[in-house]
Design a protein around this ligand. Structure first.
Ligand code: ADP
Ligand code: MG
Length: 722
């Protein structure tokens, strides 16, 4: 009897050479192998009379071998085996190339099945390299290559579907009885086959309808586990302790009163949701979702102030130094504005920490200093600095907080989906203060809208606040794909805009011109990709010699980058040529033009982010997309950007074009293929969620569901390891 854990190397009928090929596919145990599902099936289920065959048919015939011959082709000395097969209705020739050994397999006088596509040559039908199989009985279940729906596996070199069928079928026959972990009532209500039937029949199904239902079952089971995992995570957080941060509403009112603008309705609603979460004694785990430019930063700043006002520290993390510097500056200006209008308002010391340096701003003294890292670490540990803004530098072991109450993560999608579990768990935890068992509240923010299907699954453990409106007075961004011949016209337009006081971004996919020798097409292609340095030379010297043009890219020193960004923000630079370092979060309301070179080289979400850099003030803004690619996909994608009214809409399109794996930004999300595809099936997702809620409600500890509990523990371990 074989178990799921039996190594394939211990199965006698698998040859060492074949074993190697299996290993290359990552298939080592019986479980690996039988979970390597067919990618499709060929329907050879109907057995035809030879006399009825027609060219082009996929058919199985069952007949007697009358003659077998091996010969070599004249010119290429290729082995050709020809057999004549006969039944009561007629005879047909079957032909195989390069398989001389068939001469011995196909013995005259044997009854065999042959499956293949009927071909025609010189007005005679024949079977080119059909699959063949001895017929020991007429029972369907006994065959594996012919006379049935035949599984076709995703193939790699040295591993044909035929060979896989050869080993999969006997393994399935000798397999232990598998334990069902899906609750019986779920199987019944979903009309799913139980596991043993499912695994047998996904390889050797009787009909196509059956396959669909089995695939659904396998997608469902992983979605169901994911739902349980998320729900448990939620329940666990609900049991954990967090500092209760009671909001001083008077204080919030005072601050709101002196902001340079009024919050939008959905900003207010989101802030209110956060305030309510902070008051609870278990950790908040909330995602603030809002389109680019919808004003998430001010909500983050207010939340941090609320925590500080209560004596807690807040850590505000962003993915790039450019962004960290901007947030620091925004916050500082906010503080200065408040101090000016309401000098008696409480304002805490504000710190910055990145790989390239540290800063502290004391609002009371209106003074800023650049302390050594060690010094700021001391001030973080002593609790003197209340709000820390920083990159990943904030989560180094050397940084210890005194009493961290709130962690904010900006542009959380940039930290990668797989890291998200870590951000919620590990990172927050590593920033935990002295008192062991208290976790900070967590607020993450993202402008990459997450389609509903993913929201209900992959991100199912989060509470969501949505800012679904832009501040009043924003105009639509006019977006155009510009043909190469209209380039000069675009430059003329940019010049006019700049002369009327606006600023422009020019985004390039690369930093430097390719120095590769242009020998292959690929190289030539690469060389045409616009580089920041080249474009900077060209724009500053030839196109806009009388305008102030600067460049920005990742190879520059942090100080330099900061200087350039500051000058751009202050309007001293008119045109900024940059790589994708300005992709996320950068906020310069006076900029009204976003020009993107090689736009086919960026992802949809990225392009959307670029475009979101403009249209942030009262000025009509424009986004020009340049591309040299004329491909269909490029056209489709750019069209999606031009048309997209909101990031949410775009995300749905993006998910459809690229599929969940690519969309999530990582080919492996820990989910098997079928479940990944299931991520697009809203009905299945809803069903899995409802089922999970129901099970946990009736039996939170899963006492009655031992097999399920074990599977879930295994699933959690896997996710945590990743
Ligand atoms: P994002 O949500 O993309 O992070 P930001 O927080 O950078 O957006 O905000 C974009 C711009 O909108 C900033 O200049 C900010 O000061 C401004 N802003 C935010 N909220 C409002 C509001 N309610 N009314 C007017 N302007 C606002
Ligand atoms: Mg932002």
């Amino acid at each position: 009897m074989l178990t799921l854990g039996t190594p394939l190397s211990r199965i006698a009928f698998i040859t060492p050479r074949f074993l190697k090929s299996l290993e290359k596919l990552g298939l080592r145990t019986v479980q690996d192998l039988i979970w390597h599902f067919p990618s499709r099936y060929e329907d050879f289920s109907q057995i035809y009379n030879i006399g009825d065959l027609e060219p082009g048919q996929h058919a199985t015939i069952c007949g007697l071998i009358k003659d077998v011959e091996l010969r070599r082709s004249f010119r290429r000395r290729m082995a050709i085996v020809e057999a004549v097969i006969e039944d009561e209705t007629g005879s047909i020739k079957a032909v195989w190339f390069n398989q001389p050994y068939l001469k011995n397999t196909l013995k005259v006088g044997r009854m065999m099945n042959f499956s293949g596509k009927v071909g025609i040559s010189e007005s005679e039908i024949y079977l080119p390299h059909p699959d063949y199989e001895l017929t020991t009985s007429s029972e369907r279940q006994e065959t594996k290559h012919t006379g049935r729906l035949v599984p076709i596996y995703p193939e790699t070199r040295g591993l044909t579907s035929r060979a896989l069928r050869f080993i999969v079928q006997p393994i399935l026959k000798n397999l232990e009885t598998l334990r069902e972990f899906l609750p019986r009532e779920i199987l019944a209500s979903m009309n799913f086959p139980e596991i043993n039937e499912a695994i047998q029949n996904i390889h050797f199904p009787l009909n196509v309808e059956e396959v669909e239902q089995i695939k659904k079952r396998f997608a469902f089971q992983d979605l169901f586990l994911l739902q349980l995992f998320n729900l448990e995570q939620k329940l666990r957080l609900a049991r954990e302790k967090a500092p209760q941060i009671k909001t001083d509403i008077e204080y919030v009112r005072e601050i709101l009163g002196v902001l340079p603008f009024e919050l939008t309705t959905s900003q207010k609603k989101s802030l209110w949701e956060i305030i309510q979460d902070l008051e609870k004694d278990h950790p908040m785990n909330r995602l603030l979702q809002g389109d680019v430019g919808s004003g998430k930063t001010v909500i983050a700043a207010l939340s941090a102030l609320i925590a500080a006002r209560n004596g807690f520290q807040a850590a505000f993390m962003a993915p790039t130094e450019v962004l960290v510097n901007q947030h620091f500056k925004t916050m500082k200006e906010l503080f200065l504005g408040i101090a000016k209008k309401k000098p008696e308002s409480y304002l805490p010391p504000l710190g910055l920490l990145t790989a390239s340096g540290a800063k502290i701003f004391f609002p009371e003294l209106n003074s800023e200093s650049g302390p050594k890292k060690l010094e700021i670490q001391k001030k973080i540990l002593s609790g003197e600095v209340k709000i820390m803004i920083g990159t990943h530098a904030l989560i180094q072991k050397t940084v210890k907080f005194n009493n961290l109450g709130l962690v904010i993560i900006d542009e959380q999608h940039r930290f990668g989906v797989r890291q998200r579990a870590e951000l919620v768990g590990h990172e927050a935890r590593s920033m935990k203060h002295e008192t062991r068992d208290i976790n900070p509240h967590l607020l993450s923010m993202s402008a990459t809208p997450i389609p509903r299907t993913l929201m209900l699954t992959v991100f199912g453990d989060l509470d969501i606040s949505v800012i679904d409106e832009l501040p009043a007075g924003r105009k639509n961004i006019v977006t155009k794909v510009v043909a190469p011949e209209n380039r000069n016209q675009a430059y003329g337009f940019i010049k006019a805009q700049v002369l009327s006081g606006r600023q422009a971004f020019v985004i390039c996919p690369r930093i430097e011109k390719s120095e590769m020798r242009q020998e292959t097409w690929k190289d030539i292609n690469m060389a045409e990709v616009k580089s920041v340095k080249e474009e900077y030379e060209k724009l500053s010297q030839k196109i806009f010699p009388d305008l102030k043009v600067e460049m920005l890219h990742g190879q520059m020193k942090a100080k330099e980058k900061e200087k350039i960004m500051n000058e751009f923000r202050d309007g001293k630079i008119q045109i900024l040529v940059s790589t994708s370092v300005v992709e996320v979060g950068v906020d310069v309301p006076n900029a009204s033009i976003m020009m993107i070179e090689g736009s086919d080289r960026f992802g949809l979400a990225q392009l959307y982010q670029f475009r979101g850099r403009v249209g942030r003030g009262e000025h009509q803004s424009f986004c020009f997309l340049f591309t040299d690619s004329e491909g269909e996909t490029t056209r489709k994608r750019l069209e999606a950007i031009v048309k997209a009214k909101s990031g949410f809409e775009l995300a749905e399109v993006d998910l459809k074009i690229r599929g969940p794996g690519e969309f999530l930004g990582q080919s492996q999300t820990g989910l098997p293929d079928l479940a990944m595809r299931g991520l697009q099936d809203l009905n299945l997702i809803k069903a899995s969620r409802e089922a999970a809620v129901k099970v946990l409600k009736t039996d939170p500890a899963l006492k009655k569901y031992r097999a399920l509990k074990e599977r879930l523990d295994e699933f959690s371990r896997k996710i945590h390891q990743e």
